[in-house]
Design a protein around this ligand. Structure first.
Ligand SMILES: [Zn+2]
Length: 292
């Protein structure tokens, strides 16, 4: 039995997967972000011990979270739950839980889950991306995660798409994330009538001209940015997750834009909608350990 924990900036979810990958227990609670690092560690420990006492046995534990463990310091880096940055969360949880755990980036967990038993299960080389609050990515080859020595494999969100373009929190300008995230999609919508990405997508579907223009620009940027990934990795499949993966045109017009920019006269890459939805991350965290 394996426990997966999806430690997000808003909620923390835990599941137990049985040997065949079915979810047999699930717990969810708010991440106590305002109470700080120690409270977040306590909360994860509570969820693990709670699941185990209900199950009546000890499990392997995998954790998926934004950011990555720094190979240099052992602390978490690049997390949007900023109170976790620089903190040795892996060591602290291992000490509290009394066992070795695995911690991975949430987009890597998403990709692993979809490649192992989700939408991309029939494909050998899979590029997965979460387009939502930010833009993350992961690479899985033959059902094995390729994280890389610096834990940045697949992080296309901070490739520069537009030189001197929009400012990114990472300190660079024109990053893919500033165009293909939710905030990127609504960036040029009139500031006096705030709108969410999902509302803008609905408006475009209903025929609103300005919303359609922004979605079309989004699809062009998607094609340009993803073609750079495909030119390097040439994956068999690309699986899309996050709130913006609901844009139906990504799988048709978006793919055509990719084809326009890729270094080939055709595009054989398969574009897939994720299968496990919001559960991909927590399932992939459990799948950081092999099934028993
Ligand atoms: Zn950036």
């Amino acid at each position: 039995m394996r426990i997966g924990i999806d430690l997000g900036g808003t909620k923390t979810e835990g599941v137990v997967l049985d040997g065949s990958g079915d979810t047999i227990l699930r717990r969810r609670r708010m991440t106590p972000v305002s109470d700080g690092y120690d409270a977040i560690v306590d909360s994860v420990v509570d969820i693990v011990f709670g699941l185990e006492s209900e199950l009546g046995r000890r499990c392997r534990v995998g954790i998926g979270t934004p950011g990555a463990i720094s190979a240099r310091t052992g602390g978490l880096k690049n997390s949007n739950t900023v109170c976790l940055n620089g903190k040795p969360i892996k060591q602290d949880l291992e000490r509290r839980l009394g066992r070795e755990i695995r911690v991975e980036n949430d987009a890597n967990c998403f990709t692993l889950s979809e490649a192992i038993d989700g939408a991309a299960r029939r494909f050998a080389v899979v590029f997965g991306t979460i387009m939502g609050t930010g833009v993350g990515g992961g690479i899985v080859c033959n059902k094995t995660l390729h994280a890389g020595p610096q834990h940045i494999a697949g992080e296309w969100g901070h490739n520069v798409l537009i030189p001197n373009g929009r400012s990114c929190y990472c300190g660079k300008q024109g990053c893919v994330e500033t165009y293909l995230s939710g905030a990127g999609l609504v960036h040029d919508w009139p500031a006096d009538s705030p709108i969410t990405a999902q509302q803008l997508i609905a408006k475009a579907d209903a025929g609103d001209h300005r919303a359609q223009q922004l979605v079309n620009g989004f699809l062009r940027h998607f094609g340009q940015a993803l073609a750079m990934v495909i030119n390097i990795l040439d994956p068999d499949a690309v699986v899309l997750g996050g709130g913006l993966s609901n844009i139906d045109h990504l799988y048709t017009t978006g793919a055509k834009h990719v084809q326009r920019h890729v270094f080939n006269d055709e595009l054989r890459t398969t574009f897939l909608r994720n299968q496990h939805g919001d559960s991909s991350g927590v399932r992939g965290a459990a799948q950081l350990w092999p099934a028993e």
